[in-house]
Design a protein around this ligand. Structure first.
Ligand code: URA
Ligand code: SF4
Length: 209
């Protein structure tokens, strides 16, 4: 993939970045999806959350984390005492990747490839540079691998306070923590309550960094 770099303007105004991202053709994902779903939130956010990619509902609404995973995320934020109105929320990949169900009616989430994650990373770098957060929370392995390297193992580093490679946010050095993706909590069956509690615990801890 050519990657997003050529579409990213010099401006670090979030509205400028979002507007430019609508025309991104840095990988093939813009073709099938409805729209670019850029990050959302406040530019002076202390905490920046990174998910994987927009889902079906986010692709329709044009906002990150507004579908089922978003509802669980909202509930966890509230339980952790974090006001979503004070944070910035984005994704490692800005377009929805999906397969069609056999009858063609449903769009089924498909994990983005490493090449697509790399292609989209310039947008995430620009967001980091615009927001310059104190804390970055990676929601799941895709976010963690985008920021911390493709071989990063979430389960090995959960609970640690990490740092970004220097080239990713030269002008800032946020504390980075990794936790599960809210969709993983939704998918969990018998351990769902335990997973939700530990997710909330990770968010509470992130808020203290
Ligand atoms: N899952 C994500 O990773 N991001 C969203 O925006 C929605 C669901
Ligand atoms: Fe550009 Fe990212 Fe969309 Fe690919 S997924 S077209 S790199 S915004």
């Amino acid at each position: 993939y050519p990657g997003a770099q050529q579409y990213v303007p010099d401006s670090r105004d979030l509205a400028d970045l979002a507007a430019a991202s609508a025309g991104c053709r840095g990988c093939d994902l813009y073709k099938a999806a409805e729209r670019t779903v850029f990050g959302a939130g406040v530019r002076d956010a202390r905490i920046l959350f990174v998910g994987e990619q927009p889902g079906n509902e986010e692709d329709i609404a044009g906002e990150p984390f507004v579908g089922p995973a978003g509802h669980l995320f909202d509930k966890a934020l509230e339980r952790a005492g974090i006001d979503r109105g004070t944070v910035y929320v984005t994704n490692a990949v800005k377009h929805f990747r999906f397969d069609r169900s056999a009858n063609g009616r449903r769009r089924i989430h498909k994990k983005p490839s490493g090449g697509q994650v790399a292609a989209c990373r310039p947008w995430l770098e620009a967001e980091l540079d615009a927001v310059r957060p104190d804390v970055v929370v990676c929601l799941g392995a895709t976010a963690a691998q985008s920021l911390l390297g493709k071989d990063f193992k979430l389960t090995q580093h959960r609970g640690e306070v990490l740092h970004l490679p220097e080239e990713l946010c030269g002008s800032c050095d946020p504390a980075v923590v990794v936790t599960v993706h809210p969709s993983a909590v939704l998918r969990a069956k018998s351990q769902r309550d335990d997973m939700f509690r530990s997710f909330v615990h990770d968010l509470e801890r992130a808020a203290t960094l």
